[in-house]
Design a protein around this ligand. Structure first.
Ligand code: RIB
Length: 294
């Protein structure tokens, strides 16, 4: 079974800050790092490191070859990535002394997905293959419609959440992986139990994974709920922790068929990602996850 991740590729500029900058304030960062990132790229790397056969669809500009190389080195098939005459997507990220982040995103090449490109990419896939999507490229709705027609299984991580998400044909999504804030914005409910209930009323055939920060995560479908605690580590940088979770969850689910195992592996892998700097470089390999002793 193949996995297509049609998603963003970003250059991340990461500034280490004592605190997030306030309106009108000028404050010096103590360090600058440049990392490969983008929710799409991060999730492809996590999927591949966890053992899936992953193909990445998306765009880079002339300054984005390093991102294509990074994906290739992680074992992701990069032949479907298109080169466009536009600056590569990038993110300006502040990381504070607690490891929390705050992100400014510039879409650039990520927002140049065309209808023809979608058709060309989807041609390589068959019914039953997985499609993973986030919300950092354009034409997400069209990709969902066309992939659904083909009989692909659609996984949506509605991140970053915005008005565009509500306009998507969400009834065609098989899997939602989202955090509490995204769940609240999508459903208008605050309690995790209510968020899950509301999503299952709206999309009764969907399978949902809701991440709850320090409180762990929960899987829900029409028949069951499974809870998973976090593995506690000292947080250095939370960037890409959610992407690592998504990639490991889907990859493990494909490999083992077990939601319980998939939640556990996702929790272990994202804990390791939180304990390391950067987006893509923080994503552990399967051996690291299995041997971590957390
Ligand atoms: O989820 C983390 C990612 O969000 C970063 O790598 C950054 O590029 C933004 O897309």
């Amino acid at each position: 079974m193949k996995v297509l991740n049609f998603g963003s590729l970003n250059l991340d500029l990461v500034y280490q800050m004592e605190h997030f900058i306030r309106a009108g304030e000028t404050f010096a960062a103590s360090r600058l790092d440049k990392f490969p990132g983008g929710k799409g790229l991060n999730q492809s790397i996590a999927l591949a490191r966890a053992g899936a056969e992953v193909y990445h669809g998306g765009n880079v500009g002339p300054d984005g070859e390093v991102l294509v190389e990074t994906l290739g080195n992680a074992g992701v098939d990069t032949r479907l990535i298109r080169r466009v005459e536009e600056v590569t997507g990038h993110a300006v990220i502040q990381v504070d002394s607690r490891g929390d982040n705050s992100i400014i995103l510039y879409g650039g090449a990520n927002m140049r997905v065309t209808s023809g490109q979608i058709d060309q990419v989807l041609e390589e896939f068959a019914p039953g293959d997985y499609l993973i999507l986030q919300n950092e490229i354009n034409r997400v709705g069209e990709i969902i419609e066309k992939a659904f027609e083909k009989g692909m299984l659609i996984v949506l991580n509605p991140s970053p959440m915005n008005e565009e998400i509500r306009k998507l044909p969400l009834e065609k999504v098989s899997f939602f992986l989202l955090n509490e804030i995204e769940g609240e914005e999508l459903t208008g409910k605050r309690e995790p139990g209510e968020i899950l209930e509301e999503l299952l009323i709206r999309y009764p055939h969907a399978r949902i994974v809701l991440t709850l920060g320090e409180k762990g995560s929960v899987y829900a479908d029409a028949e069951k709920r499974i809870y998973q605690d976090i593995y506690k580590v000292e947080a250095v940088d939370t960037t890409a922790a959610g992407d690592t979770f998504t990639g490991y969850f889907i990859s493990t689910l494909i490999r083992t068929g077990s939601c319980q195992k998939a939640l556990d592996m996702a929790a272990r892998a994202s804990a390791i990602a939180v304990s390391r700097k950067g987006a893509a470089p923080s994503i552990p390999t399967l051996d690291e996850v299995c041997g971590a002793g957390i």
